[in-house]
Design a protein around this ligand. Structure first.
Ligand code: GAR
Length: 227
């Protein structure tokens, strides 16, 4: 993996996807409009024929499919995936709707340089079906969290969290699309901080501009102040 960033050089990103890639698109746009001083060196998907691959191709970004079903074990898939990622020598690896549980060995290889977006207000609702679970629980808000990845599923330190209201007749689909529009704002923002050398993870804690971030990270959205 590349050395840490100082903010002056152009960062190399590798983005991992499994599907539609709307978050990937927000990174493509952020690189194009220079919000991010970065280039996407590769997009890697564990599924063929997904829209995210089309988005990458349209932006002339190398895009590669590595199908997990072709491997005998999670360890073998992760080993191949890690080797492929390292061949691009990225500063930051971005999980953007990458729907695979990663082995501890994989995470260790990219520790501090691996971020994820999860569609809930972590630590609430790790795992799947987050929006339905929030609705079923009678919550009045939902959201998404960008966090550093550690071996614990959806358990790494949060950096930035978007909160949105849950409305009375919301279905999981409607809520998901409301949350997604915020995902597209908070995810490139976190990458920008990282690429500027302002955001690091140290001893399992996220630190922005020298300040430790709390359990939820910074809150962005309707219920709290924006930073
Ligand atoms: C996003 O909502 C993202 O938060 C979620 O998958 C969706 C991908 O959408 N990720 C997870 O659930 C990871 N556990 P996209 O392909 O349009 O970016």
């Amino acid at each position: 993996m590349s050395q840490s960033l100082t903010g002056k050089e152009k960062a190399r990103l590798v983005v991992l996807i499994s599907g539609g890639g709307s978050n990937l698109q927000s990174f493509i746009d952020a690189c194009e409009n220079k919000f991010l001083n970065a280039e996407i060196a590769a997009v890697i998907s564990n599924k063929a024929n997904v829209k995210g691959l089309e988005r990458a191709a349209n932006a002339n970004i190398p895009n590669i499919v590595i199908d997990h079903r072709g491997f005998d074990s999670r360890e073998e898939f992760d080993e191949e995936l890690a080797t492929l990622i390292e061949s691009f020598n990225p500063h930051l690896v971005i999980l953007a709707g990458f729907m695979r549980i990663l082995t501890a060995d994989f995470v260790a290889r990219f520790l501090g340089k691996l971020i994820n977006i999860h569609p809930s207000l972590l630590p609430a609702y790790p795992g799947l079906h987050t929006h339905q679970r929030a609705i079923d629980a009678g919550d009045n808000e939902a959201g998404a969290t960008v966090h550093f990845v550690t071996p614990e599923l959806d358990g790494g330190p949060s950096v930035l969290q978007a909160r949105v209201p849950i409305k009375s007749n919301d279905s999981a689909e409607i809520l998901a699309s409301r949350v997604l529009t915020y995902e597209h704002q908070i995810y490139p923002q976190v990458a920008q901080w990282f690429c500027q050398g302002r955001l690091i993870m140290k001893e399992g804690i996220a630190i922005l501009d020298g300040e430790f971030l709390g359990e939820n990270g910074i809150i962005f959205g309707t219920t709290s102040e924006q930073k």
